[in-house]
Design a protein around this ligand. Structure first.
Ligand code: ATP
Length: 348
């Protein structure tokens, strides 16, 4: 069992607040991803849970026990970082075995445990090699295996894939996902990569300037972003966000007029996703000159300027338009979301 609770957790350095009054419960065996741009407080949150950083205020509890004053080594937490910190003079086998020695696990148990962990990360063919003779992905897997043999209650992973190339990142990502299910360990995973977050997480926490913006499943966050920050951070391309005015159910912005929108009269931000709108021959809700066209293979992305923003639409793969030529875009009212024009918060 390892349920982690953060209660009003704040981290300040002088007058600067790195993490502000965070309240969060991470369920036993949950895979929780902390996501946000550089400097938003992800690593600091993680380091406070690990005990590498003191919380200025608030309580950190594991299974109901306050651990703020507990030494990092007594917290039963294993960490995997982006720099894997392997021992260069030890081979893979010895690197994986190292935590067992430190923890004084009886020597006769070492071999089985090392082999089992190496099998999980598919490293059994490399046990004699030193880290210098491995690829980045293999080194990363040694670091994972070393965390696995500790059999911790909690895994903390800080951008463990960031040093890998795109292809290895995808395969190692799948392996991490698989492992977390197999080992049934509460996992907190830090990344600024939204695809990593969406594919791995049971729930995602989105942070900005040390403040949690939204906590939810990947689908909740994608479908119902809590504010324009989340809307513009999640999805590729990000949600289109147009500025304009709502009057009697009609949204009007530059180059845009969309009827049938339920919401309060006045200035608003209207959002919709590129894949939910369509290019039409005539009678579009947005009419504007083509600004860019990108061929993705399975689709063509067309962007126009409307409502004070760049608005992207996913068109069929054989769609072509001259830059500057008019594009008509149909935006069904039912797919539109509204946000407050002042603070960006979602309007239900
Ligand atoms: P990244 O994705 O770049 O790693 P992050 O979200 O993990 O970013 P943190 O490392 O948690 O961000 O940092 C949060 C904020 O706290 C940043 O603005 C950072 O500059 C600041 N910060 C971190 N450590 C210290 C420190 N020891 N003293 C003062 N400020 C710090």
């Amino acid at each position: 069992m390892a349920e982690i609770v953060l209660r009003n957790v704040t981290k300040r350095w002088g007058s600067f607040t790195g993490v502000a009054c965070t309240n969060l419960t991470i369920a036993d065996r949950e895979f929780l991803v902390l996501l946000g741009p550089s400097g938003c407080g992800k690593t600091t949150t993680m380091r406070m849970i690990a005990g590498l950083e003191d919380a200025t205020e608030g309580d950190i509890l594991i299974d109901g026990r306050r651990i703020n004053d507990l030494d990092p080594k007594d917290r039963d937490i294993a960490m995997v970082f982006q720099s894997y910190a392997l021992y260069p003079n030890m081979n893979v086998y010895e690197n994986i075995r190292f935590p067992l020695k430190v923890r004084r696990v009886p020597a006769e148990e070492h071999h089985d445990q090392v082999i089992r962990a190496a099998e999980m990360v598919e490293l059994t063919d490399f046990l004699d090699r030193r880290p210098g003779e491995l690829s980045g992905g293999q080194r990363q897997r040694v670091a994972l295996a070393r965390a696995i043999v500790r059999r911790p209650n909690v895994f903390l992973m800080d951008e463990p894939l960031s040093n890998l190339d795109a292809k290895l990142r995808v395969s190692t990502r799948a392996q991490i996902k698989n492992l977390s299910h197999e080992l049934k360990v509460t996992t907190i995973y830090v990344t600024h990569d939204q695809i990593e977050a969406m594919t791995l997480a049971d729930r995602v926490v989105i942070m900005k300037h040390g403040v949690i913006q939204q906590v939810g499943t990947p689908v909740e966050i994608y479908d119902r972003p809590a504010n324009t920050f989340v809307a513009s951070f999640i999805g590729n391309p990000a949600m289109n966000l147009m500025e304009g005015t709502l009057q009697d159910g009609v949204f009007t912005g530059r180059n845009a007029r969309i009827a049938g929108i339920a919401g309060p009269d006045g200035p608003v931000v209207l959002g919709f996703r590129a894949e939910d709108a369509t290019v039409v021959p005539a009678g579009g809700d947005i009419v504007a000159p083509a600004y860019t066209m990108e061929l993705l293979g399975d689709a063509t992305m067309v962007a126009v300027r409307a409502g004070g923003a760049l608005v992207t639409v996913k068109a069929p793969k054989d769609y072509r338009v001259e830059i500057g030529a008019p594009v008509e875009i149909s935006v069904p009212a039912a797919i539109c979301q509204l946000f407050d024009a002042d603070d960006g918060s979602r309007i239900e």
